[in-house]
Design a protein around this ligand. Structure first.
Ligand code: HEM
Length: 249
């Protein structure tokens, strides 16, 4: 085991967890007004209506799929889910959702960086987020497809490492023997969680705490405003009485 392995799989996950928890609490407590995804529907809605729901649905599917890593192989075996069945489900369902997620991400990238006013409303942190998300998702898909024959039984090494992090005894050697593509995917995934509190993705926690009420809430309606010159002049007069000219009256 090299010092890099010890750092990456024995220390880095705890740095990430600390930043994730402390950063999220600090953002919520000290910067509550920035806690938003900053809806961009009013900047562009045509592409958003297609790409955003697919992206969110597939991301939820993929991330919930990842929770399977917390169920030990022995438990799955005991309920009759053998290695072949698990691998097939992870490959076809996980891989399929991953590909749809990748396509939706490409559409969202095109929307964000290909439309002038969207680009003008994109922060440096958004760019970091998009790069990390793209790397994590693409590498995850590559890892899944590189293991189409199931020769890397990650439930014997990688997923025990994931669980070991949460009991404070990281099985570094188990993770160190994983194929490179899995390691890079997981490194990017961890880094994604480390930057999460400083990005617009924090809205994800509101989705969870609101008990998914968000999914059922009415859409925000943006209407094109019909300009009524007289009403506008009246509004201006109320707001800036000193600037009213005789023609406004
Ligand atoms: C940091 C913790 C993470 C770990 C330990 C992890 C682990 C894994 C593993 C083992 C696979 C391969 C599954 C297979 O071969 O069947 C995978 C696939 C994948 N991961 Fe992750 N991942 C992590 C974070 C993330 C994050 C944050 C994202 C998205 C932003 C992500 C997106 C994907 C995608 C799209 C796939 C391919 C589709 C699938 O199999 O679900 N992963 N991940």
């Amino acid at each position: 085991m090299s010092p890099i392995d010890i750092f990456l799989w024995g220390v880095y996950p705890y740095i990430v967890l600390t930043i994730l928890v402390v950063g999220t609490i600090m953002r919520r407590v000290f910067f509550p007004r920035t806690w938003s995804t900053k809806s961009s529907q009013f900047l562009e809605s045509k592409n958003e209506m297609v790409a955003t729901p697919i992206f969110h649905l597939m991301l939820l599917f993929v991330l919930f799929g990842h929770l399977g890593m917390f169920i030990p192989k022995e438990v799955m075996d005991s309920i009759g889910v053998n290695e072949h069945m698990y691998h097939m489900a992870a490959f076809y369902m996980g891989g399929g959702a991953g590909v749809l997620l990748g396509i939706a991400l490409i559409l969202l990238i095109r929307r964000r960086f290909g439309i002038k006013r969207m680009k003008a409303n994109t922060s440096r942190m958004d760019i970091v987020l998009y790069v990390l998300m793209t790397l994590t998702i693409v590498l995850g898909i590559c890892a899944t497809f590189s293991n189409a024959d199931g020769s890397f039984e990650y439930r014997l090494s990688l997923t025990p490492w994931v669980r070991s992090i949460f009991i404070g005894q990281p099985l570094v050697a188990q993770m160190a023997i994983s194929p490179l593509i899995y390691k890079v995917h997981i490194f990017c995934g961890l880094t994604f969680f480390a930057v999460l509190p400083f990005t617009r993705i924090v809205h994800m926690f509101s989705g969870i705490t609101a008990g998914f009420k968000y999914l059922g809430r009415k859409a925000i309606v943006y209407r094109r405003r019909k300009i009524d010159e007289r009403a506008l002049a009246n509004e201006r007069a109320l707001e800036f009485p000193s600037r009213v000219t005789p023609s406004d009256k």
